[in-house]
Design a protein around this ligand. Structure first.
Ligand SMILES: Nc1nc2c(ncn2[C@@H]2O[C@H](COP(=O)(O)OP(=O)(O)O)[C@@H](O)[C@H]2O)c(=O)[nH]1
Ligand SMILES: [Mg+2]
Length: 349
């Protein structure tokens, strides 16, 4: 899963990236290679994995992973995004727009979070419109009046009405037909309101929240500056620092949870003496497809899944007790895997 961190220059994208990944990419003007995105992989915190690792004492413990990409963008302070950045954004699975809400004396304008959300949306719609019109022109020249034309015209109508494509209801087949275009306004989207240090614990203001809700965009407020400082502290100091600011947890933890939800991800778990592991999958994935995440052989030779819900396992303490209590279920290929299912796959190749 790849989450693109996007937004206008100097909104704090690289600072957010650093806070999330614990890396130290250079921020501000002239920071880093202006043509290369920063890439960072994070482990998704998961109490269930911690707990299972305590129980099994496995040789290896593996958390779910999410990759963040911080695009360089043009190093001036105008509120637009350049073409090469747009092109790079097309392979993300979701977008997180960082908007500046802290005051920056060196910027050429006041912070305007709502305005930046609108302008960025306009940029995405325009980029999608360009792709779709180009393709439609071509189909027109070929006198195609088929399904693709109809689908793209539907998309164009939405874009002309200034609506993101994320709101269009599509069949699975249509979804697949569109996938190759890399349409940006179709991607799930989240907005990070990057507030000043003095606002670190405050929620998003009501007006902005209403605006985001109307666009099906998930919003969270944080101070990238403060988060970066927190990331640099050790465990002990961290608690005191957070309490001082009136925060219960780091925005990093909040953010990652929100991103997981945004991508419609859940985790199934595998446990044993060798490894305790979380496997991120999309909600509604069947058992046989989930098996394929582990290995294609397990998918191909799938016999059945032996499933215990995490809560039942913790309550009863072992697979044997779960079996006795009727909590160990035998499920077939089409079983819809749930979040927190601990699964042993039986297979034969
Ligand atoms: N005061 C304050 N400054 C910030 C914050 N986040 C970023 N900055 C500063 O804003 C400038 C631009 O940040 P950067 O992360 O490079 O933005 P980018 O261009 O979007 O990647 C840098 O000088 C940062 O130190 C914040 O939360 N508060
Ligand atoms: Mg940057």
């Amino acid at each position: 899963m790849k989450i693109g961190i996007v937004g206008f220059p100097r909104s704090g994208k690289t600072t957010v990236f650093n806070a999330l990944t614990g890396l130290d990419a250079s921020v501000g003007f002239g920071g880093g290679d202006p043509t290369k995105p920063n890439l960072g992989t994070i482990k998704v915190p998961d109490d269930r994995i911690d707990r299972l690792a305590e129980i099994f004492q496995p040789k290896k413990t593996t958390y779910g992973e999410v990759v963040f990409v911080d695009y360089p963008g043009r190093p001036d302070a105008s509120n637009s995004i350049d073409r090469s950045t747009i092109a790079q954004m097309r392979d993300a699975d979701a977008l997180v727009q960082v908007v500046r809400a802290f005051s920056d004396p060196s910027a050429d304008r006041e912070a305007d979070p709502a305005g930046d959300v609108d302008s960025f949306k306009a940029e995405l719609l325009l980029a999608d419109l360009e792709v779709i019109e180009k393709r439609l022109d071509r189909l027109r020249r070929e006198k195609d009046k088929g399904k693709e034309t109809a689908l793209l015209e539907l998309c164009k109508e939405h874009l002309d009405a200034e609506k993101p494509l994320r709101d269009v209801e599509l069949s699975e087949l249509e979804e697949r037909d569109l996938a190759g275009f890399g349409l940006l306004s179709r991607l799930p989207m989240m907005v990070v309101v990057n507030v000043g240090e003095d606002q670190a614990g405050a929620p998003i203001d009501d007006a902005l929240k209403a605006r985001l809700d109307a666009e099906s965009i998930l919003g969270i407020a944080l101070s990238a500056q403060v988060e970066t400082e927190i990331a640099g502290l050790d465990e002990e100091d961290r608690g005191a620092f957070l309490a001082d600011l009136g925060l219960e947890e780091t925005a990093r933890a909040r953010f990652i949870r929100a991103a997981y939800g945004l991508l419609n991800l859940i985790s199934f778990l595998t446990s044993g003496e060798d490894e305790v592991r979380a496997w991120p999958i999309e909600r509604s994935t069947s058992a046989v497809r989930a098996a394929g995440k582990i290995h294609s052989d397990i998918e191909r030779g799938f016999i059945r899944a032996e499933v215990v819900a995490y809560e039942d396992f913790i309550e009863l303490g072992s697979d044997a007790k779960c079996r006795d209590a009727g909590k160990l279920r035998l499920e077939g290929k089409e079983y819809e895997v749930r979040d927190g299912d601990i699964i042993h796959f039986r297979f034969n190749v």
